[in-house]
Structure formats: structure tokens, C-alpha cells
Design a protein around this ligand. Structure first.
Ligand code: COA
Length: 201
């Protein structure tokens, strides 16, 4: 797949570029990333460069994972990253009936709490469902990551329970995670049956 942009009045999703290296390096120093994300830790410049030079273009070229930079509409500054993983661990685990993609995302600390990821998720899901790329979108986060759970809940994901994570953590383990699914045709309003602990502010 050739990389392409998605946009709304709230957010622009386009290609991460070499000019984003410093921002990615800066934002990925956040201790929350050590706790909740699978990015390498400690995170240094070679990780940001490898992400931009290899991981992102390879993902598009092989249709394994489509990764976008999150920016303001018309803006050039990288605020965060969102990705749709189509193959590998995430897809195979539950792909017996449906084509499943997994969503992953992060924002730099100054940009959180403005609804940017719910909007970015909506854009990615709309594109992926409308093109028939996937039928079901899988979301998961490590237990305790309430901000991620609230973003998924607000986007209309149905809570699927606590299970071993589909994606490997950086130490190769598959820790317990909160999981949810959004299917093509689901309405995007917050769904019932989410546990209070996942949504506790
Ligand atoms: C998870 C994350 C991407 C959410 O994106 P977002 O665009 O901030 O999402 P929202 O604006 O809908 O906020 C979601 C929740 O984050 C929490 N939040 C709000 N402001 C926040 C801030 N400044 N810092 C941290 N969390 C905040 C709130 O609980 C909010 O829910 P609420 O608005 O219903 O109270 C973002 O918090 C983040 O980058 N976290 C660190 C990386 C991460 O955990 N990624 C997900 C891995 S599974």
C-alpha cells in the first residue's frame, strides 16, 4: 500500500518523516511509555531513526502495519502516532472468522485530553471498514492504562474482557490487558458493560 493521509477538521494523519525524529525522541522519554507501551526502553535516537527509516516504510510496503503521524490540521508538528496492524500476532490471533486489525496510538504529553486520538481512531476505522481492509478492529492496553481505555470506550469499542495481550511486550511476555473490539457497522457511541476500573478518572 502506498502511504496516504486522512484528515478531518480536528486532526491530520499523514506520513511520519525524518523531520519528526526530535519530537519522537522527546515524547518517547515519557515514563508512561516504559510502563504501558511496547516501544524500546530506554528510548534513544537510534530507535526513533529506525522507526522512521525502517519500521514505518516497511509496514506500508508489506501491508503489515500502516502508521500515521498525528498532527493539527494544516500543521507540521508531530503530536503523536497512530497505527493499524494488519498482520502478525495481532491479526492471526482472532482472524479465523473476521479480518482483524489492531489499533495502537500515543500522543506527546502536552497534546492529551483533547480528544485527538478518538478522532484519529475514527478516521482510521472509517477508512479500514469502508475499504473492506478489516471487519473488526481490536484494541488492548495493559491493565491500569485508563486514558487508553477511556479513548477506546469513547470511540465505541465493546469491552471484551481481560486477556493475555495479543502484542508482545518488550520483554517478550504477553501480560494481561483490557481488550475491546469495534466492528464495521457498530455505532460509535460509548457502549455499556465496561468495568468501572477501566474508566475510573
Ligand atoms: C491514551 C492516549 C493516546 C489518549 O489520547 P487522547 O487524545 O488524550 O484521548 P482523550 O482526549 O479522549 O482522553 C482520554 C482520557 O485521557 C485522560 N486524560 C485527559 N487529559 C489528560 C492528560 N493531560 N494527560 C493524561 N491523560 C489525560 C482522561 O482520562 C481522558 O478521558 P476523559 O476525557 O473522558 O476524562 C494518551 O493519553 C496517551 O498518549 N497516553 C500515553 C500513551 C498510551 O498509553 N498509549 C496507549 C497504549 S495502549
Amino acid at each position: 500500500m502506498r502511504a496516504f493521509a486522512l484528515a478531518s477538521p480536528v486532526v491530520l494523519l499523514n506520513q511520519p518523516a525524518a523531520s519528526d525524529t526530535d519530537r519522537i525522541l522527546e515524547y518517547c522519554q515519557d515514563p508512561i511509555f516504559e510502563r504501558y507501551l511496547t516501544v524500546p526502553w530506554p528510548y534513544d535516537r537510534k530507535h526513533a531513526e529506525g522507526f522512521l527509516d525502517e519500521f514505518v516504510p516497511d509496514g506500508w510496503m508489506t501491508d503489515r502495519e500502516y502508521t500515521w503521524a498525528v498532527r493539527e490540521p494544516g500543521g507540521s508538528e508531530l503530536l503523536g502516532v497512530i497505527g493499524l496492524r494488519l498482520a502478525g500476532e495481532s491479526a492471526t490471533a482472532k482472524a479465523s472468522v473476521h479480518r482483524v486489525g489492531s489499533i495502537g496510538f500515543w500522543l506527546g504529553a502536552p497534546h492529551r485530553g483533547r480528544g485527538l486520538i478518538p478522532e484519529a481512531q475514527r478516521l482510521v476505522a472509517d477508512w479500514a471498514f469502508s475499504t473492506g481492509t478489516i471487519d473488526v478492529l481490536h484494541w488492548e492496553c495493559l491493565l491500569g492504562n485508563v486514558a487508553s481505555a477511556r479513548a477506546a470506550w469513547k470511540s465505541g469499542f465493546r469491552y471484551a474482557g481481560v486477556s493475555q495481550s495479543v502484542a508482545a511486550y518488550r520483554d517478550g511476555s504477553y501480560p494481561e490487558s483490557w481488550q475491546g473490539h469495534l466492528a464495521a457497522g457498530d455505532d460509535r457511541n460509548p457502549q455499556p458493560c465496561w468495568p468501572a476500573a477501566a474508566l475510573a478518572r
